[in-house]
Design a binder for this molecule. Structure first.
Ligand code: OAD
Length: 235
């Protein structure tokens, strides 16, 4: 894999062994909520308190979890591959804390909040920013309420130009821990295949788009990815 252009796309499965719940568990609920009740602009308009408390709990939880060997393995890959892009659907900061330097967060981030008026973002993770009270911006003359800096269903994912351009020019495209249900992320493997890239999947179980990969490795990412990375670097 050395000398090749490598693009990685991660999903909730890579953070599962750190103790962060994935989205599509057997009960179909995300931390006891239906996704549409907490992760849509309509939900924020209808019941901002519920949505705010939900994301504040996710933001607090992020401080309590640690990166796992899968995050660290990708950081190692990044340090040894010259042309390397890491794209994540995850909103946690576990890739960064696991040692990755340049992470593209296509679905936003938990550590930043967005001013509802100016749309400017601020990193707001101090203790007083993590209570169930709303947080107000520092950018407006009359401080405005801030919303989670998250891409909700029905909203446009971030950095898409950069993401497509990476996918359209890679030699190897690797997905780790994603169910392949949410587009456009799930369609990136088609983009990579269309230009002849070698596609690899590392996932706990066979996902919806599993047939689209040239190579499939089933298992827990924290257990199998470190060894795979060693193998890829030796090739
Ligand atoms: P999902 O929860 O849909 O899928 C997680 C995948 O990870 C599943 O296929 C699991 O089998 C797999 N998995 C679980 N534990 C694993 C482990 N230890 N190692 C490897 N794989 C494991 O999560 P995503 O595909 O990331 O969007 O979901 C995509 C988007 O849907 C999320 O970014 C989120 C959600 O709604 C937004 O919030 C905008």
């Amino acid at each position: 894999m050395r000398g090749k252009k490598v693009v990685i796309l991660t999903g909730a499965g890579i953070s599962a062994e750190s103790g962060v719940r994935t989205f599509r568990d057997n009960d179909g609920l995300w931390e006891n909520h239906r996704i549409e009740d907490v992760a849509t602009p309509e939900a924020w308009r209808a019941d901002p308190q519920l949505v705010w408390k939900f994301y504040q709990a996710r933001r607090r939880q992020m401080n309590e979890v640690e990166p796992n060997p899968a995050h660290e393995a990708l950081a190692k890959l990044e340090s040894e591959i010259e042309d390397f892009t890491l794209i994540t659907q995850n909103v946690d900061d576990l890739h960064e804390r696991g040692g990755s330097n340049s992470v593209i967060h296509m679905h936003g981030r938990l550590q930043t909040l967005r001013c509802e008026t100016s749309k400017q973002i601020e990193t707001r993770m101090s203790d007083s920013d993590l209570t169930d009270d709303y947080v107000y911006c520092n950018c407006c003359a009359e401080p405005s309420r801030m919303r989670p800096d998250i891409v909700w269903f029905g909203e446009m994912p971030m950095h898409m130009e950069e993401i497509y351009s990476a996918g359209e020019s890679c030699d190897v495209f690797i997905v780790v821990g994603s169910s392949g249900h949410v587009y456009p992320a799930a369609g990136m493997v088609h983009v990579a295949r269309s230009i002849g890239a070698h596609t690899i999947l590392v996932n706990y179980e066979m996902p919806a788009n599993g047939e689209d990969f040239d190579e499939v490795h089933l298992g827990k990412a924290g257990e199998i990815l470190p060894e795979l990375v060693e193998k890829w670097l030796a090739e």
